[in-house]
Design a protein around this ligand. Structure first.
Ligand code: G6P
Ligand code: MN
Length: 441
């Protein structure tokens, strides 16, 4: 069995320890030769890197593991590059969330004004990173889950139209499927979903029982009404995530036809969410106080003791497991089903061909083969056409250095929807993102 070389871009992320542990746990399914962490933040990555050295020394000694800030060392000879960069780090995520919220607009990591601010930063950094990767590893599969994935996917589609080895993926649809399995009391792998939308803006039309073909969505709908909805790993989640999953019940009461992605809450209830969110303590603040503190302090303890002990035993690794499954599907031509972000080209029949949509695909060595959806109902079409327009205009703003396009992207976005507010928040975000955004003229 061939052993693979992997690089993780964003090695200093709070998610990295979960990935490292999963590489150990899944070494039979996905054998590794070499694993390199890459980050531009040397100090942050070193803590995770030293933790990794101890973990692998104890549990996977044959692995050739290292961490670096050098692009050649990071990318040369790689088969897969996992991209989990956060442009501007958590401090900029906090600004993306605080600035719009202070103006009475949704401030969120990937949706609305905050998502667009992050989007322009990510366009700059992701395009540069992909060029660097292609310089040293022309054949590597680039598996991107850096956010905002919808905007990043659109920018990469335009910058690298011939590159068929870039795949954009988000874990949230799979998280919702896993949460359904918690409700049903089954294995999530027994569920076979049908899903359509854009990244962080989609719906499940059916959730089939993989063995019998029976559609379980009516049963799931009833169970959500009776019991509410919890993430599969609810015990490890912060309060805001439990609220988010709870909103699925609200959405299903108003729009019972399909099962929503949790992010739909921002688009369907923007006023309610603005009132509910605290402009002085957003999700970024919660992450910095909870996951970030916990991960780094546990890593430091492991380093101090020079042994793993009982640290990170309960770390949530569904995301890592999903990414390793995606890589395995490509490596061994498995043609397993995954929900991926791909160019529409008729998959959703009544949407434009060049939209980057999120749908179920079979995934193997030759990349994703999407399963067709057909026409979607007018309500969903209207919402999605609005959002895809905003995303495309924002990417126009990036490529054309155009303030006007950015203003249009912000104005048409459902979470702003007013030209004066759009200009106000755009101007504030231009100031906050100085040096990290393309110049908008
Ligand atoms: C889900 C989404 C990701 C997002 C993450 C935020 O996994 O799919 O796109 O980045 O949630 O989680 P956090 O715990 O950092 O708020
Ligand atoms: Mn996501």
């Amino acid at each position: 069995m061939k052993k693979y070389n992997i690089c993780i871009v964003g090695g200093g992320s709070t998610f990295t320890p979960g990935f490292l542990k999963s590489f150990v746990r899944m070494q039979k399914e996905f054998p590794l030769n070499k694993l390199v962490l890459f980050d531009i933040d040397e100090e942050r990555q070193e803590i995770i890197g030293k933790f990794g050295e101890i973990l692998f020394r104890e549990q996977f000694p044959e692995l050739n593991f290292s961490y670096t800030t050098d692009i050649k060392e990071a990318y040369e000879g790689m088969d897969f590059v996992f991209m989990q960069m956060r442009s501007g780090g958590l401090p900029m995520r906090a600004k993306d969330e605080h600035i719009p919220l202070a103006m009475g607009l949704i401030g969120q990591e990937t949706c609305g004004a905050g998502g667009m601010a992050y989007g322009l930063r990510s366009c700059v950094d992701m395009i540069k990173a992909v060029k660097d990767i292609r310089n040293y590893a022309p054949e590597a599969w680039i598996l991107n889950y850096s956010n905002p994935a919808a905007i990043v996917a659109e920018a990469l589609r335009r910058e690298f139209p011939e590159d068929k080895k870039i795949l954009n993926i988000c874990d949230q649809p799979e998280n919702v499927v896993r949460s359904c399995s918690r409700l049903l009391g089954c294995d999530w792998k027994d569920l076979d979903p049908v899903y359509f939308g854009l990244n962080h803006y989609g719906w499940f039309t059916n959730i089939y029982d993989r063995k019998t073909g029976k559609d379980l969505l009516p049963k799931i709908r009833k169970m959500i009404k009776e019991n509410g909805f919890l993430p599969q790993d609810a015990e490890q989640r912060d309060p805001s995530w439990l609220d988010t999953y709870g909103m699925v019940e609200t959405i299903m009461n108003d729009f019972p036809e399909f099962l929503p992605n949790t992010y739909d809450q921002y688009y369907l209830y923007p006023d309610y969410k603005v009132k509910q969110l605290d402009p002085n303590f957003t999700r970024a603040d919660e992450v910095m106080q909870s996951r970030e503190k916990r991960v780094f302090s546990e890593c430091r303890e492991v380093i101090k003791e020079d042994k793993l002990g009982d640290k990170f035993e309960n770390i949530s690794d569904a995301h890592a497991e999903m990414m390793i499954n995606v890589a395995t599907a490509i490596a061994y031509n498995k043609n397993n089903r995954h929900i991926l972000i791909v160019e529409n080209n008729g998959i959703i029949e009544n949407m434009q061909n060049d939209a980057m949509v999120e749908v179920v695909c079979e995934l193997g060595a030759n990349g994703p083969r999407p399963l067709s959806i057909g026409k979607i109902p007018q309500f969903y079409l209207g919402l999605l056409v609005n959002q895809v327009s905003s995303e495309k205009l924002l990417v126009d703003a990036y490529f054309d250095n155009s303030y006007q396009k950015a203003l249009e992207a912000f104005t048409i976005n459902r979470l702003i929807n007013d030209a004066k507010k759009a200009r106000e928040v755009l101007d504030a975000l231009i100031e906050a993102n100085e040096g990290m955004w393309p110049e908008l003229k």
